[in-house]
Ligand binder design. Structure first.
Ligand code: NAD
Ligand code: UDX
Length: 450
């Protein structure tokens, strides 16, 4: 067995994860492959115009690309050459047939299993990096080992990185999780996988479990995080109704060491490619096993999230005298969180659509996600996209801040006030601006949970 690695899927997970594995394992050759030629070309671009934006990623790729990290569309060659195969392809929510709207769509993943089997010319360790429903490894093993000439051992190694902090999360993970079969081949494969990470992660942070625990842990961990966001947003509505301040409430709740301060920031609701998809997947699993009350419990996390975005638009509606038609509203930020260009499931998208339904004239600005915003909102009429925040705000009745980009508090808000229609409203859905300073300038200011 050689130590080289191939990763199938060069997306948000495959790219950064393999870049860091290559950086920390200079003795291993790491090849990242994808069917998307444009994506691979971007990873290989001479000026390092990578297909995704992550702070610190360009620096890592500059260091290792061409040294021991390679990007390619030649899946066949890569699978032949490497004995360790990571699978990081997309597993979106299924939109058709059984489980539509909840279950994972495993078609990309299944195609990958068949490809691995077709091109393999020796025994392989296959490591699930994608987030998958519990017992997917069993299906993968069944496909791979059915009538096979070689032995395939399937491990689950879910990834916990968050976008925007991917490189830091990979370099200093709270934990690495590797699940494997509880037999001799399984234990040997887990030991191989542990070695990859042990070159930089302290061994006590590399946790090993059985495969099913690893698969389920990933869904459960995301569900717990999403549930915290929905819990604080549920309190935010109550704060607005009663005069309490959600940031104060969160600070005090979080001071309890049993609860802790993280993931208690009220806002426009969670976005991103993972939370909604993984909670829906958990709901589907619960239902499949007849656990209907548990399914309903987790569904509530998503219902609360959607309600939060509807509440933001309802409040705007009330504050703008019950008519939004033909008003101009500038959305500051379209990415689902700061420091990423990713707009998958972004709350800004949901809010933009609700506003467009009210015939609002929308101007969208974002420092990294404008290209994706243009694509996401292509079917809406009359939306303008502006690089420059001051231009976006020109003639606007309201600025709705949707993403907590660090640059927004540092903008010249006097200048923004100067170019807006009066009375000028700022709805800071991330509670990240200095509301008192804005009021002094003359703005009306709305926040979430106050
Ligand atoms: P992505 O869409 O950015 O990337 C997936 C890539 O796989 C795409 O480039 C696609 O072209 C490629 N692909 C699909 N089928 C293929 C095939 N048969 N052969 C070769 N390439 C193929 O998705 P992502 O955000 O990287 O997510 C991948 C997985 O990782 C998902 O299961 C997701 O739940 C999980 N995950 C994502 C994150 C995150 O922050 N994005 C975090 C943890 C886990
Ligand atoms: C998440 C998980 O954190 C990560 O472990 C997993 O691997 C992938 O899914 P990600 O979606 O990239 O990562 O970002 P995260 O930082 O978790 O934020 C998700 C969403 O929740 C964002 O829209 C963010 O703005 C929102 N959020 C987060 C809040 O509204 N309040 C908070 O307190 C924290």
């Amino acid at each position: 067995m050689n130590k080289d690695i191939v990763c199938i899927g060069a997306g948000y997970i495959g790219g950064p994860t393999m870049a860091v594995i290559a950086k920390m394992n200079p003795d291993r050759r790491v090849v990242v492959v994808d069917i998307d030629e444009r994506r691979i070309a971007a990873w290989n671009s001479p000026d390092f115009a990578l297909p995704i934006y992550e702070p610190g990623l360009v620096e890592v790729v500059r260091e290792v690309r061409g040294r021991n990290l390679f990007f390619s569309t030649d899946i066949k060659a890569a699978v032949k050459e490497c004995d360790i195969v990571f699978v990081g392809v997309n597993t979106p929510t299924k939109m058709f047939g059984r489980g539509a709207g909840r279950a994972s769509d495993l078609q990309y993943w299944e195609a990958t299993a068949r490809e691995i089997k077709e091109w393999a010319d020796g025994d392989k360790i296959v490591i699930e990096k994608s987030t998958l429903p519990v017992r997917t490894a069993a299906a993968m093993e069944a496909i791979l080992n059915h009538d096979a000439r070689y032995r395939f051992t399937v491990l689950s190694n879910p990834e916990f990185l968050a976008e925007g902090t991917a490189v830091r999360d990979l370099l200093e993970p709270d934990r690495v999780l590797i699940g494997g079969p509880q037999d001799e081949a399984g234990r040997a494969a887990v030991a191989e996988a542990v070695e990859i990470y042990a070159s930089w992660v302290p061994r006590e942070r590399i946790l090993t479990t059985n495969v099913w625990s690893a698969e389920l842990t990933k869904l459960a961990a995301n569900a717990f995080l999403a549930q915290r966001v929905s819990s604080i947003n549920a309190i935010a509505g109550l704060c607005e109704a009663t005069g309490a301040d959600v940031d104060e409430v969160a600070r005090v709740i979080g001071a309890d060491r049993r609860i802790g301060p993280k993931f208690l920031k009220a806002g426009p609701g969670f976005g991103g490619s993972c939370f909604k998809k993984d909670v829906l997947n958990l709901v589907y699993l619960c239902e499949s096993f007849g656990l209907h009350t548990a399914a309903e419990y987790w569904s509530g996390v998503i219902r609360m999230n959607e309600h939060q975005q509807e509440r933001i638009v309802s409040r705007l509606f009330r504050e703008m005298f019950n008519t939004l038609a033909n008003r101009k509203i500038a959305l500051f930020g379209f990415a689902f969180k700061a420091d990423t260009g990713d707009t998958r499931e972004t709350p800004a998208g949901a809010v933009a659509r609700l506003l467009a339904a009210e015939h609002v004239r929308l101007a969208v600005t974002d420092p990294k996600a404008l290209g994706n915003a243009r694509r996401d909102l292509a079917d809406l009429d009359g939306v303008v996209f502006e690089e420059d925040e001051y231009k976006a705000a020109e003639g606007a009745d309201a600025v709705v801040l949707m993403t907590d980009w660090g640059r927004y508090p540092a903008l010249d808000w006097r200048r923004i006030y100067g170019v807006m229609r009066k009375p000028a409203l700022v709805y800071d859905t991330r509670n990240c601006l200095d509301a008192a300073a804005l009021r002094e300038i003359g703005f009306r200011v709305l926040n979430v949970g106050k």
